[in-house]
Design a protein around this ligand. Structure first.
Ligand code: FE
Ligand code: ZN
Length: 517
């Protein structure tokens, strides 16, 4: 008689090995270098991919199970929020402009991250790293989808949400996040992982997600809060992957250190320039504020990041040089960026406004050394002008930084009354920069950055008008033509919040929900 022998249950580790690394194979009829052509091109030396420690032992079946549970919860809440007109519970319709910025500037980056990690997962010769990148690629796709689904509710009622993928490729300030990710994706696989997995996900992500997600919670936006929390456990995995990658690369060969250090220097700076939009959002766009940009920088970069770099010192990694300049800029950044958006408020896909008296007092308290001295007088002057009917919309186009693509609006690190410009001549052409750091990044890889698609330069070359538009026609208005090309609806999506359709509708609908109309 046959005895039934119970199957031995596999340990988590065995099971994980069987379902991930054991799925890999070695090449037979092609040399490995031809199958992984990008693995050697950056000069990073990896001797033994088996030394890769998987930061999280998650098999694909477990992954799908966890993720689907999260999806069910997320969509139940989103449905309830939409059906109960939850949007009328936000503090003030001004708040929604922060969310427009998120949908147009951040959500497309999630999709870029999806593509980037899928590409890198294909290019790494090590199976452990490949599996981790594949999971992150799927996570990032999910983030793009959940954000679009959650925010689609606002598109039913408010302006500025309608054409975000079209705008992403055309609108001047959106070329800043776009170029950031394109720079990372067109680098080699190791630089991509250091730039996005480490510098962005590990060092800087708290500065993006905490302000937006806590900002949503403070301002009654359940939709954004829910997708934020739903992404959080993925973020924890992404951060672990970023840190593991850095440690793995550094442990493999001492020759990797200078290359990795240069990438950390570059991507910390590029990341901080990208986050200048978040700085303005935190200090100016949230009706109920979470904390100031300066406070967030001190907690999440100076304290947490400082401890991290101390930890990495044993590999020879040091704090990026740009940290010194960022420490000087933290008192100025948000004010300069918001002032720029206010100036160019005729060409933004969201509304702008001046801080009111109470908000200015808050800013003065958070920025005691700079706000009253440099920025309050400017805002008060603009308020006076607007009250007299002279609301100023800048119609000339600014010079852009060739590297970060932000208009050169930042001031000298040691003189907040002087705009900072740098220039480099390369092969007979002149290129402009917002800072020493952007200049150095360019000078390290000029052939890459001379190809940058700079919106202002493209507009002046006539490449940002719809087909058939004749710039030589009498009475031609270039700004109107550019807005049309971006599908920004003049008078609805742009200009002042005060008097906007969003403002009027919100007040009226909220009133209807509180009384018998
Ligand atoms: Fe993501
Ligand atoms: Zn720059």
């Amino acid at each position: 008689m046959d005895m039934q022998v119970p199957k031995k249950k596999l340990s988590l580790k065995e099971r994980y090995t069987l379902m991930t690394r054991d799925l890999a194979w070695d090449t037979s009829y092609q040399p490995k270098e031809k199958v992984y052509p990008y693995a050697g091109y950056e000069g990073i030396k990896i001797h033994d991919w088996d030394k890769w420690e998987d930061p999280f032992r998650l098999t694909m079946d477990a992954y799908w199970k966890y993720q689907s549970e999260k999806e069910r919860k997320l969509y139940a809440i989103i449905d309830a929020y939409s059906q109960s007109n939850g949007h009328l519970g936000v503090t003030d319709a001004r708040y929604l402009n922060a969310i427009k910025l998120f949908l147009t500037g951040v959500t497309p980056l999630e999709y870029m991250a999806h593509r980037g990690f899928a590409h890198v997962g294909r290019q790494f010769p090590g199976a452990g790293a490949r599996v981790a990148c594949m999971m992150q690629a799927i996570d990032e796709m999910r983030h793009a989808q959940t954000q679009i689904h959650s925010l689609s509710n606002y598109n039913k009622y408010y302006n500025g949400f309608h054409d975000f993928p079209h705008m992403y490729d055309r609108v001047w300030y959106l070329s800043v996040p776009k170029s950031f990710f394109e720079d990372a994706m067109t680098a080699g696989p190791f630089e991509f992982v250091v730039s996005i997995g480490f510098s962005f996900e590990y060092v800087l992500t708290n500065l993006l997600f905490v302000p937006f997600v806590s900002g949503a919670a403070y301002n009654g936006d359940m939709g954004t809060m829910t997708f934020g929390f739903s992404a959080q456990s993925d973020e924890a995995r992404h951060m672990t992957l970023g840190l593991e990658c850095i440690k793995f690369i550094l442990e493999q060969d001492p020759a990797n250190l200078p290359i990795v250090q240069r990438w950390i220097d570059k991507w910390t700076w590029r990341g901080v320039r990208l986050l200048s939009i978040v700085a303005a959002m935190m200090d100016y766009m949230l009706p109920k504020r979470v904390m100031s940009w300066k406070e967030a920088w001190e907690i999440y970069f100076e304290e947490n990041g400082g401890a991290l770099f101390k930890d990495l010192a044993r590999y020879g990694i040091r704090m990026p040089d740009c940290a010194a300049q960022i420490a000087k800029e933290k008192d100025h950044l948000s004010h300069q960026v918001w002032a720029t958006f206010y100036n160019y408020g005729a060409a933004t896909d969201f509304h702008t406004w001046l801080p009111d008296a109470e908000e200015m007092d808050w800013l003065a308290q958070k920025y005691p050394d700079t706000f009253d001295k440099y920025y309050r007088p400017r805002f008060e002057f603009w308020r006076e002008q607007a009250d007299k009917g002279n609301r100023f919309y800048n119609k000339t186009l600014p010079m852009l930084c060739q590297t970060c693509q932000i208009p050169t609006v930042f001031t000298e690190p040691d003189d907040p009354t002087k705009i900072c410009y740098r220039e480099t001549t390369y092969k007979g052409d002149k290129y402009h920069f917002c800072s020493d750091h952007c200049q150095h990044i360019f000078e390290n890889e000029p052939e890459k950055y001379v190809q940058a698609w700079l919106p202002v330069n493209q507009i002046y070359q006539g490449n940002c008008f719809d087909d058939g538009v004749d710039p030589g026609a009498p009475g031609f208005d270039p700004l109107a033509a550019v807005l049309e090309h971006c599908r920004m609806v003049h008078g609805r999506d742009n200009l002042d919040f005060e008097g906007s359709e969003d403002q009027r509708n919100f007040e009226e609908w909220r009133g209807m929900s509180k009384r018998n109309a």
